[in-house]
Design a protein around this ligand. Structure first.
Ligand SMILES: [Zn+2]
Ligand SMILES: [Zn+2]
Length: 150
C-alpha cells in the first residue's frame, strides 16, 4: 500500500504530546455540532478519521486526559470519548464507542505542516450538523452538506 508510507504529525500547544498518523485519512470532515463548538471555543471543528491502529500517541509526561460523553447525550446512543492534553487543554481526538475505539476522529487543528497551518492538510469533503452552523459561517465549497450526522 503506497499511500501508507505518508506520515502526518502534530503536537498540542505545550508540545508534551506528539501524535503520528500513518497514511491518508479515511475521511475528512467539518463538524458544526454543539459539542464541537464548545470544544473548539468557536464555530466548528475539522476532523480526519483514522483507524486507531494507524495513530501513535507519544505522551512521556502522561498528560493525556479523557472525558466521556455519556451515551444518553450522543446521537449514536454510544459513549464518545474525548482526548485532550491535561496541561494545555488542546483537544486532540475523539473515539466514538460506536466503533469500540477502533476509529479515531483526529482534530486537525493540532497537526503541524511545513507549509503553514496544519489544518490545511485535509480539506473537508463533508460538513456535519449544518443545522447548528454559525450564522456568519458560509458552507465550504464542494463539501457535501449533512444536516445532522451521516
Ligand atoms: Zn499540551
Ligand atoms: Zn461535532
Amino acid at each position: 500500500m503506497a499511500s501508507n508510507s505518508t506520515q502526518y504529525q502534530g503536537a498540542c500547544i505545550c508540545k508534551s504530546i506528539h501524535i503520528t498518523l500513518q497514511g491518508e485519512p479515511v475521511k475528512a470532515m467539518a463538524c458544526h455540532c454543539i459539542d464541537c463548538q464548545k470544544s473548539a471555543g468557536g464555530p466548528y471543528q475539522t476532523c480526519a478519521i483514522y483507524d486507531t491502529q494507524n495513530m501513535t500517541v507519544d505522551d512521556p509526561s502522561n498528560n493525556l486526559k479523557k472525558y466521556v460523553f455519556p451515551k444518553e447525550t450522543v446521537g449514536s446512543g454510544h459513549e464518545k470519548h474525548k482526548f485532550f492534553c491535561g496541561a494545555c487543554g488542546t483537544h486532540l481526538y475523539n473515539q466514538p464507542m460506536k466503533h469500540n475505539g477502533e476509529k479515531s476522529v483526529i482534530k486537525t487543528g493540532f497537526l503541524d505542516s511545513a507549509d503553514g497551518p496544519g489544518v490545511n492538510l485535509f480539506e473537508p469533503m463533508g460538513e456535519l450538523f449544518t443545522k447548528d452552523r454559525a450564522s456568519f459561517v458560509a458552507p465550504i465549497q464542494g463539501a457535501k452538506q449533512f444536516e445532522r450526522g451521516f
